[in-house]
Write a protein that binds this ligand. Structure first.
Ligand code: HEM
Length: 505
C-alpha cells in the first residue's frame, strides 16, 4: 500500500515537473527566438520531433514544405535543425550565403571511422578548403589533357558489359555488378589499377561499403542521441557500421602503403597515375618549399575513403534507376537505340566526343537524375555564423538539411507531371538539350559535389555502351519491377531482375 502511494506521489511530481519544463522553459526558448523558421508541429520535450516524422521522411518533408514554405525548423532531441526547400531558398542559403553555410556538423557515420577532422566530405574551414582544392586539382589533371579518366572508365565499362553478356539473356540482378564496377572506377582513379571482380579482398571491401550505406538511415538517430550507440544489441546498427567501416579503411590503408613503398617515381608513373601518386607529389612540393600544409597521411587516407563512399552508390544507383525507368517506358529505349544507331553505329564503342551528338540520351540521363533524386537530402551543412533569410534568423552552429527533392520534384518548376518520367522536358522544340538551373542533383554552392564532372562522364559512358549493345527487357513486361526506393545514404532501387538481349547477335 505504502509502495503504491509513494509511486503515485513520485509519478505525479515527475509529470508536473515535465509539464512545467515543457510549458515554461520550451515556450521561453521559443519567445527568445521568435524569428526562427516555423516548426510545422510542436516538438515534444526531450525527443523533439522525431516521432512526428514517421516512416516516409520524403513525404513528410514534402507536406511540411507545403505547410511552411522555404524554411522550417524541426528538433531532433533538443537540437535545432533547419530544412531548406525550393530552388530560390537553396540559392540564397547555399550560394549567396555560401561562405557561412558550408561547414559540416559531426556525424556518427564519419566519427566511427576514427579520422574525425580529416578528409574532404566532413571537414570544415582550412582543412576542408585545402583538401577539396587538392582533390579538384587531381581530378582536373585526370580529366583534362590526357583524358585518362575517360579511358579508365571505358576500360571498366567493357569488363562490365562482358559480365552482362555472359548472362546470355538469362534474368540477372544488375545491382551487384553495377556497384562493383563503379567502385572499381574509384580504385582505378585512387590506386592506378582496377581489380578482378573475383578478387576476394576487393569483393569484401565493396560488400562492406554497401553494408555501411544500407545501415546509414538506421544510425541517423545516433547523431542526435549519442548514447544510443552504447545500447546492448545492434538496434541502431552502430556495431555493423563500425565493423564494416574498419574493413574499408584497412584495405585502403594497405593500398596506400603499397603504393608508397614503390620508391621509384617512374614505376609509380608507369601505373598510369593515381590519386595517391598526385597527392604525394603535391605534398612533397609543399613541404620542400616550406609552405604550411595539411597534406599528410591521415588526410590522404580519409580523402580516398570519402571518394569511395561518395562516388560508388550515387553513380551505381543512378544507372540502376535509368534501367528501371526504361522498363516502365519501353518507347524511350526505342528512341535511344535509334539515336545511337544513327549517330554512333555499332562498329565502335561510344566515346565522350559523341555526347554532343546524343541529345536524347543526355535528356534521359538528366531526367533519371531528376526523378530518382539519389541524394534526396544531400549531406547536412552547418552555419558558421548567424544568418538572416527573409524574416527569419538561423543561429550560428545550426544544422541545415538541403532538401534537394523539394527542387527536383517541384511542380512549379517541372509542371504537373513532375513525378513522372519524361525525358522530353529536357529537350527544346528542335531536339536540343535544355539546361535548367533548377537541375541540382549535385547540390549547389561551395560544397557542390566534388565529383560531378566524373559522375557525368561515368553515366554517359556506362549508359551509352549499355544501350548500344543491349536491349533491356523486364522479366514480366506486364508487371515491371517496383519503383519504390530504398532510402539509406542514397535513394536506391529495390532489387530487381532484368533480361539483357544482345543487339550485336
Ligand atoms: C550521380 C552521381 C553523384 C551525385 C548525384 C552526387 C551528389 C552529391 C551531393 C548532393 C553532395 C553533397 C553536396 C553538399 O554538401 O551540398 C556530394 C558531395 C560530394 N561528392 Fe558527389 N555525387 C555523385 C557522384 C560523385 C562522385 C563520382 C564522386 C567522386 C569521385 C563524388 C565525390 C563527392 C565528394 C568528395 C563530396 C563532398 C564534397 C565536400 O564536402 O566538399 N560524388 N555529392
Amino acid at each position: 500500500m505504502l509502495h503504491s502511494e509513494l509511486f503515485t506521489v513520485l509519478f505525479t511530481t515527475g509529470a508536473i515537473l515535465l509539464a512545467c519544463w515543457y510549458f515554461f522553459l520550451y515556450r521561453k526558448r521559443n519567445e527568445n527566438h521568435l524569428k526562427l523558421p516555423p516548426c510545422p508541429v510542436r516538438p515534444w520535450p526531450l525527443v523533439g520531433n522525431i516521432f512526428s516524422i514517421g516512416e516516409d521522411i520524403r513525404a513528410q518533408f514534402k507536406a511540411w514544405h507545403k505547410q511552411c514554405g522555404g524554411l522550417f525548423s524541426i528538433y531532433f532531441g533538443s537540437k535545432l535543425v533547419v530544412v531548406i526547400n525550393g530552388f530560390k531558398t537553396h540559392q540564397e542559403v547555399f550560394v549567396t550565403k555560401g561562405a557561412v553555410t558550408s561547414d559540416r556538423p559531426e556525424i556518427f557515420l564519419n566519427e566511427v571511422i576514427g579520422l574525425s577532422g580529416k578528409g574532404i566530405s566532413f571537414t570544415s574551414g582550412a582543412v576542408w578548403k585545402e583538401l577539396r582544392y587538392t582533390g579538384h586539382q587531381i581530378l582536373k589533371e585526370f580529366g583534362m589533357g590526357t583524358n585518362l579518366l575517360a579511358e579508365r572508365i571505358q576500360e571498366e565499362v567493357t569488363c562490365y558489359m562482358n559480365k552482362l553478356a555472359e548472362m546470355k539473356g538469362k534474368p540477372v540482378d544488375p545491382q551487384h555488378f553495377t556497384y562493383v564496377s563503379v567502385a572499381n572506377i574509384i580504385c582505378s582513379f585512387a590506386f592506378g589499377r582496377r581489380f578482378s571482380y573475383e578478387d576476394p579482398r576487393f569483393k569484401k571491401t565493396v560488400d562492406s561499403l554497401k553494408r555501411v550505406s544500407e545501415c546509414a538511415r538506421g544510425a541517423e538517430a545516433i547523431n542526435f542521441f549519442p548514447f544510443l550507440k552504447y545500447l546492448p544489441g545492434d538496434m541502431f546498427k552502430a556495431k555493423t557500421i563500425q565493423a564494416n567501416s574498419s574493413c574499408v579503411k584497412k584495405m585502403i590503408a594497405e593500398k596506400v602503403s603499397e603504393i608508397d613503398r614503390k620508391s621509384d617515381v617512374s614505376a609509380k608513373k608507369d601505373d598510369g597515375g593515381s590519386y595517391i601518386f598526385s597527392y604525394r607529389d603535391k605534398q612533397h612540393k609543399k613541404t620542400q618549399s616550406g609552405k604550411a600544409t595539411c597534406l599528410n597521411d591521415d588526410n590522404l587516407l580519409k580523402s580516398i575513403i570519402d571518394l569511395f563512399a561518395a562516388g560508388t552508390e550515387t553513380v551505381s544507383s543512378t544507372i540502376l534507376w535509368a534501367l528501371l525507368f526504361i522498363l516502365h517506358s519501353p518507347s524511350v529505349q526505342t528512341k535511344i537505340h535509334e539515336e545511337l544507331d544513327r549517330e554512333v553505329g555499332q562498329g565502335r564503342q561510344p566515346i565522350m566526343e559523341d555526347q554532343a551528338r546524343l541529345p536524347y540520351l543526355n535528356a534521359v540521363i538528366k531526367e533519371t537524375q531528376r526523378l530518382s533524386s539519389v541524394v534526396p537530402f544531400s549531406v547536412m551543412h552547418k552555419t558558421s555564423e548567424e544568418i538572416k533569410i527573409g524574416d527569419f534568423v538561423i543561429p550560428e552552429g545550426t544544422t541545415l538539411i538541403p532538401n534537394l527533392d523539394s527542387v527536383l520534384h517541384d511542380p512549379e518548376v517541372w509542371g504537373s507531371d513532375a513525378e513522372m518520367f519524361n525525358p522530353d522536358r529536357f529537350l527544346d522544340k528542335d531536339g536540343n538539350v535544355i539546361h535548367r538551373e533548377e537541375f541540382i542533383p549535385y547540390s549547389m554552392g561551395p560544397r557542390v559535389c566534388l565529383g560531378d564532372a566524373m559522375a557525368k562522364m561515368e553515366l554517359f559512358l556506362f549508359l551509352s555502351f549499355m544501350f548500344q549493345r543491349f536491349r533491356f527487357i523486364a522479366t514480366d513486361p506486364l508487371y515491371p519491377p517496383t519503383l519504390k526506393p530504398n532510402i539509406g545514404f542514397t535513394s536506391s532501387p529495390t532489387a530487381f531482375e532484368i533480361l539483357c538481349a544482345d543487339r550485336f547477335k
